[in-house]
Design a binder for this molecule. Structure first.
Ligand code: FRU
Length: 494
């Protein structure tokens, strides 16, 4: 049964979505059909195709009562639009269908697990959100919410757990046949924790244990968890709110944290290493999927809550997903690289080797706004370079700068002159580790974004830009002398 609220939202996106021409969108990054998009949801395989749902408010370019938008893909780069999957049409989700996950059931149907939010009064009479976990089952297109929703509420929380910050279930099925979900929660100390639940079909969900908690060290509420084994380790990711800065690793506000450790059902999760996931400006709420060929792929909202007001005047869509990334763990750290499917769309290879740079140069054939470019920088000559700048999306007025300072060991992403008409945070610096004095940067541009992958994925940094598309020059500049290699491909999807 399709509710009136869902029907109306579907008709709205069918009528107005096509008004947005492809030329106003990125070419291979996922965007909403129309209106507002935030977190990726339900990133999962269903009947051989990868589905990606998203937090969606089709009626404006602002956050509003959350629906689940729906896309699917075969290669993580070309996205097919499907009708809206969920709308806030029940008492328990009347204030929104918040983030969650999806999984294929043994009988071939698709299960969506999401947070239902409703407004209610607390003991002091204040109006506040009440968050519970709910299920919907469908065929990959239409979904029926379960009659016994919600399946997890305040009764299923450990002592001190908050019913107003209890959200974002990520669900999966283990080889033993049981289903598991990790859910974010706020504990009695006011900061976040990740709870693990277990479910056998036709029985009730049960709380297993708390996997890890912030204890006010890594931000407050922990949103959007994911939990998966990778390369002999166990990885827990979450997006904390209200973080305090820690060196150049974590910035203030909404951040992302990757906890790498070991897990056993009896001993729980033991964290061994903590790091940021993306070191740029726009990255939040990542979610992962395991592909049939065994790769762990991550996608995130390429935006940050602290910068969402900086949108272009009257834009008809707002919010996009990152380029999906292949993950691995090496020496206890998370490695992220663009999905290998991207290589099939490379065209027009341009290569320049051993180019000396002192002052600012451009190179024949190296320009564009939809491209995949790898630059390696190494010192040369007696006048060792003190800084190196790569400028992209450049014309007389605009530029987005990637700057390396070998003496400080920092890379800086600077989008001050990248077409954002608001005075928000526009630069971010982070530590990088050159190998034998050489730094390798893979830079992906797709009209409205820059994503940088450092040293074969040791770090990644993302930022959205709104620079006009005619600004497509690229230059290289060294303070001192450097030697570079550049390999650049256009990316073509038509
Ligand atoms: C994270 C988040 C989630 C919530 C959703 C609401 O960006 O705050 O915790 O489910 O967005 O749209």
């Amino acid at each position: 049964m399709i509710s009136e609220i869902l029907q109306k939202a579907r008709e709205f996106e069918t009528q107005y979505g096509p008004h947005i021409p492809d030329s106003e969108r990125p070419t291979f990054h996922a965007t909403p059909t129309i209106g507002w998009m935030n977190d990726p949801n339900g990133f999962s395989f269903y009947q051989g195709e990868c589905h990606l749902f998203y937090q969606y408010h089709p009626y404006s370019n602002e956050w509003g009562p959350m629906h689940w938008g729906h896309l699917k893909t075969r290669d993580f780069l070309r996205w097919e639009r499907l009708p809206i999957a969920l709308a806030p049409d029940q008492d328990y989700d009347s204030a929104g269908c918040f983030s969650g996950g999806a999984v294929e059931l043994p009988d071939g149907r698709q299960l969506l697990m999401y947070t239902g939010v409703r407004r209610g009064h607390n003991a002091d009479g204040y109006l506040q959100d009440i968050q519970t976990q709910c299920l919907a089952i469908g065929d990959g297109l239409n979904y029926e919410k379960l009659r016994d929703n919600p399946v997890l509420d305040g009764k299923n929380l450990p002592q001190g757990g908050s019913t107003i910050d209890f959200r974002d279930p990520k669900v999966w099925r283990d080889p033993d046949g049981a289903f598991y979900a990790v859910v974010g929660n706020r504990t009695a100390d006011g900061s976040g924790a990740i709870l693990l639940y277990r479910w056998i079909e036709n029985s009730k969900w049960e709380f297993v244990h708390t996997l890890d908690a912030s204890h006010n060290q890594y931000g407050k509420m922990w949103e959007c968890p994911d939990f998966f084994p990778l390369d002999g380790k166990q990885v827990l990711i979450t997006s904390p709110q209200e973080m305090s800065p820690i060196g150049l690793e974590f910035h203030a506000g909404n951040g992302t944290v990757c906890l790498i450790g070991e897990y056993s059902p009896d001993g729980g999760f033991a964290r061994q290493n903590v790091q940021a996931i993306d070191y740029g400006l726009d990255f939040y709420a990542p979610q992962t999927v395991e592909t049939p060929d065994g790769r762990r792929i991550m996608v995130a909202w390429m935006q940050n809550w602290d910068t969402v007001n900086a949108k272009p005047y009257n834009c008809r869509w707002f919010g996009q997903m990152t380029l999906p990334r292949e993950l691995s763990v090496k020496d206890g750290r998370l490695i992220q690289n663009p999905v290998r499917e991207l290589e099939a769309y490379r065209r027009q290879r341009v290569v320049h080797r051993n180019i000396p740079v002192s002052g600012e140069i451009n190179l024949p054939g190296v320009q564009g706004r939809v491209l995949d470019m790898t630059v390696t920088i190494r010192p040369t000559g007696p006048d060792l370079y003190r800084w190196f700048r790569i400028r992209v999306a450049k014309d007389g007025q605009h530029e987005t700068i990637i700057r390396y300072r070998p003496d400080q060991g920092t890379l800086k992403l600077d989008r001050i002159r990248s077409g954002l008409p608001h005075d928000i945070v526009h630069t971010r610096s982070f530590l990088v580790w050159p190998r034998d004095g050489e730094l390798k940067l893979r830079i992906i541009l797709d009209r409205f974004s820059v994503e940088v992958f450092v040293n074969d994925g040791e770090q990644a940094a993302s930022a959205v830009i709104y620079t006009r598309q005619s600004a497509d020059a690229i230059t290289f500049e060294a303070g001192g002398s450097a030697l570079i290699n550049v390999e650049k491909y256009d990316l073509a999807f038509f």
